[in-house]
Design a protein around this ligand. Structure first.
Ligand code: LLP
Length: 438
């Protein structure tokens, strides 16, 4: 089993047969910080960012990497992205607020959402975010109203749904015509939105945005999306005399969750996007716009592992062995929502000859709370530390308090040092917002 595909890049095994990430023995981390615990390897995040920068820099001079904060956001991550010179895509008031608190440069924040509330828009404007990705006609009107007394135009991008359906779980496809996001090309809607923004005295059209979906393995959907959007950009030039200088092609590059997964690489992703834009640009006689991308999962996904403590182990003879851990659907909803499949290893007995087939269950009170249906592990025992790799994206980000389970702590590791970047929730935190009855 090639665990290197799913573990952080610094992962090794020490002489105690324990998993080591970022120079830290994860069993010791679990003992020090408790479980469940998210362990993020800083080097993996930085290496992925380096790869993105290099992959684009070697193909175009004009690009911008925008980290999709929804994958995992907290102030420490904002600070790391700031150090790396990345921009951030935010999709809620809470994400804007987090970036603001981290003193993230406002001009490098892009605000997304199909239903940005007035309060969120006010917050974005008060922090002078670098751009708003506009999703609907209603939003154009709302934004105009909000900024008409500001004295300067608000930079906006129009989100276009290109009618491309990538192969991924239907919940995370976004490029199709029937989508709650963006303006479709059919019936001239996208063109109409473009004209409306161009006529506006309060909005400044910076360019267009396309995001076709998430956890995508096959790059041909991107090639198709580029073809469609460049065709649209050409139409906009002819019809509106507008030269598009910025094009955001979204995120969505898939990662390995299983050792058998074979996602495209960051370099292949960059190649398809940049070469596609150049080729289509030439075809239509267009200038090559700045290419922006919004990766989330492919930057942080493989950077983290979750460590659980094994509690009960129950064998139903001839049927199944249930191994229950001290987390579950409260820290990783992906198996339940998308049928996502993860690997498991015992962090305190990594290499151990004989393996048995087990089902890793969470501790929540429903049968659907299964983290991994089929995992192959040395026979787990109460007190073992079970680790699920590739949990850095949309794990903590979608964590919840089902059964009033406190959300886990998150530590970042580097060079043998660990730092808590999100504290574990306490029971006190859970009741903090409760108020007495009448
Ligand atoms: N840009 C936009 C406009 C997005 O909506 C998303 C993800 C991204 C960029 C980043 O996509 P990524 O590179 O991370 O795939 N909860 C789901 C994923 C939802 C993705 C939402 N949008 C999951 O756990 O698979």
């Amino acid at each position: 089993m090639d665990l290197a595909r799913v573990l952080p890049y610094t992962a090794t095994v020490n002489n105690k047969n324990h998993l080591v990430v970022g120079g830290c023995d994860v069993v010791e981390l679990a003992q020090e910080f408790g479980t469940p615990l998210f362990v993020y390897d800083e080097e993996t995040i930085r290496e992925n960012i380096r790869r993105y920068k290099e992959a684009f820099a070697s193909r175009t001079q004009n690009f911008e990497i925008v980290y999709a904060g929804k994958a995992f956001l907290c102030q420490a991550i904002c600070q790391l992205m700031m150090k790396e010179g990345l921009s951030i895509d935010v999709s809620s008031g809470g994400e804007i607020y987090t970036a603001m608190k981290a003193n993230f440069p406002s001009e490098r924040i892009y605000f997304h959402g199909n239903n940005k509330t007035e309060e969120e828009i006010d917050l974005a404007l008060s922090y002078s975010v670098g751009g708003v990705i506009v999703d609907s006609f209603d939003e154009i009107e709302l934004l105009e109203e909000k900024v008409k007394n500001r004295g300067k135009k608000l930079p906006v991008f129009l989100r276009i749904t290109p009618g491309v359906i990538p192969s991924t779980h239907s919940f995370i496809q976004t490029g199709q015509v029937d989508s709650k996001f963006g303006f479709g090309l059919a019936g001239g809607l996208a063109l109409k939105a473009t004209q409306k923004v161009l006529e506006s005295s309060f909005l400044e059209l910076r360019g267009f945005h396309v995001h076709i979906g998430s956890q995508i393995f096959l790059l041909r959907s991107y090639a198709r999306a580029v073809e469609v959007i460049m065709g649209f950009i050409s139409e906009v030039k002819k019809e509106c005399n507008f030269v598009t200088r910025e094009l955001n092609l979204g995120g969505g590059l898939g990662i390995s969750y299983r050792t058998t997964d074979e996602p495209a690489t960051i370099e292949e992703f960059a190649e398809v996007l940049v070469e596609g834009v150049k080729r289509e640009g030439e075809k239509h006689g267009l200038e090559i716009p700045k290419i922006m991308v919004e990766p989330g999962r492919s930057i942080v996904g493989q950077a983290a592992v979750t460590i659980y403590r094994v509690g009960t182990v129950k064998e139903i003879p001839g049927i199944r062995i249930y191994v229950s851990v001290d987390g579950g659907m409260s820290d990783n909803l992906r198996p339940m929502l998308y049928g996502a499949v993860y690997e498991a290893i015992l962090a305190n007995r990594v290499e151990n000859g004989k393996k048995v087939k087990v089902t890793v269950a969470g501790k929540h009170c429903e049968s659907g709370d299964i983290l991994i249906k089929e995992a192959y592990l040395p026979m787990p025992r109460r007190g073992d530390y079970l680790c699920t790799p590739s949990t850095g994206a949309y794990g903590y980000a979608m964590a919840n308090n089902y059964n009033r389970q406190p959300r886990p702590a998150v530590v970042m590791v580097r060079d043998g040092k660990a730092r808590v970047i999100i504290e574990r929730e306490s029971f006190e935190d859970l009741v903090r917002l409760d108020r007495p009855y009448f």
